[in-house]
Write a protein that binds this ligand. Structure first.
Ligand SMILES: NC(=O)c1ccc[n+]([C@@H]2O[C@H](COP(=O)([O-])OP(=O)(O)OC[C@H]3O[C@@H](n4cnc5c(N)ncnc54)[C@H](OP(=O)(O)O)[C@@H]3O)[C@@H](O)[C@H]2O)c1
Length: 247
């Protein structure tokens, strides 16, 4: 096996944390991106159209598949990636997924589950790493409401946010190991009510925006209320939300 690694989504939140770790581990890294080539790591390509994919996959020993778009496109993109990799020497495919994709009924989660099935049923050696929400997602939930008089969070819902850098460290270990199939899930260090996390965000910015918990409808929120996206038994991350906010 070569130490050439292809990272799809290497320009995204998780990918930007993973690529430097792989480089410092001594791997040669290719970053698949639809954007024009900006450095020697970038391989221009598009999972949806298939443009540049065969060249990017050629000769790699491991693919870490972090790319994501809207859910449905992920299925087509993952299918294209698997097809191309199957014709190119069957590298180890590591797919990043989300804790609870089979338990929380949301379109994006259904698409992620469908991608997992494609990976499992492929003839490639594979590993799937599910993680909980990244800290940045909680921040986004707050900042997207910054023009409102208050931040509204779903009542009865908790999150277990994890640091993307720590997820990247877990992926870097998987890159250096043989395929394991479903890897143990990875969650953040604390399970905390959504409103509690939002208040921590407001405090960290010395803001005054009140945070209110409101009952929200829908099957996805019900799945969240039931804790389908949580893995307290895998509270492996060490960096708390407050530590992330302070950094
Ligand atoms: N964010 C979370 O809280 C969270 C939690 C658990 C699991 N995950 C999973 O972790 C993975 C990474 O998430 P993220 O938040 O880091 O993603 P992100 O920041 O939204 O980045 C998405 C990436 O996908 C790439 N991409 C999208 N469509 C593409 C296409 N057609 N062809 C090639 N590349 C494409 C983009 O690259 P270019 O724009 O450069 O082309 C970009 O690098 C995803 O699988 C996600 O489901 C995320």
């Amino acid at each position: 096996m070569t130490n050439q690694i292809l990272v799809t989504g290497g320009t995204g939140r998780l990918g930007r944390a993973l690529v430097p770790q792989l480089l410092s581990d001594g791997h040669t890294v290719r970053v698949l991106s639809r954007k024009p080539r900006s450095d020697e790591l970038t391989w221009r390509g598009d999972l949806l159209t298939g443009e540049g994919l065969a060249e990017a996959v050629d000769g790699v020993g491991v693919i870490v598949h972090c790319a994501t778009g809207n859910g449905r496109a992920d299925i087509a993109g993952t299918s294209n990636l698997i097809q191309t990799a199957t014709q190119a020497g069957r590298p180890h495919l590591i797919y990043v997924s989300i804790v609870g994709v089979g338990r929380v009924d949301m379109a994006y989660y259904r698409a992620k589950l469908a991608c997992e099935r494609l990976v499992e049923r492929s003839s490639l050696p594979w590993t799937i790493q599910r993680t909980t929400q990244f800290h940045e997602l909680i921040v986004w939930m707050c900042t997207s409401q910054r023009w409102l008089p208050m931040i509204v969070m779903p009542s009865g819902v908790s999150f277990q946010p994890v640091d993307a850098g720590e997820v990247a460290a877990r992926l870097a270990v998987l890159v250096g190991a043989p395929p394991v199939g479903r890897a143990p899930d990875m969650g953040g260090p604390e399970v905390r009510p959504a409103a509690d996390l939002a208040r921590a965000y407001v405090r960290s910015r010395s803001g005054r925006q009140p945070v209110v918990s409101v009952p929200m409808p829908g099957a996805g929120i019900r799945g969240y209320r039931e804790g389908g996206h949580l893995v307290p038994e895998h509270a492996d991350g060490r960096i708390t939300f407050e530590q992330f906010l302070a950094s």
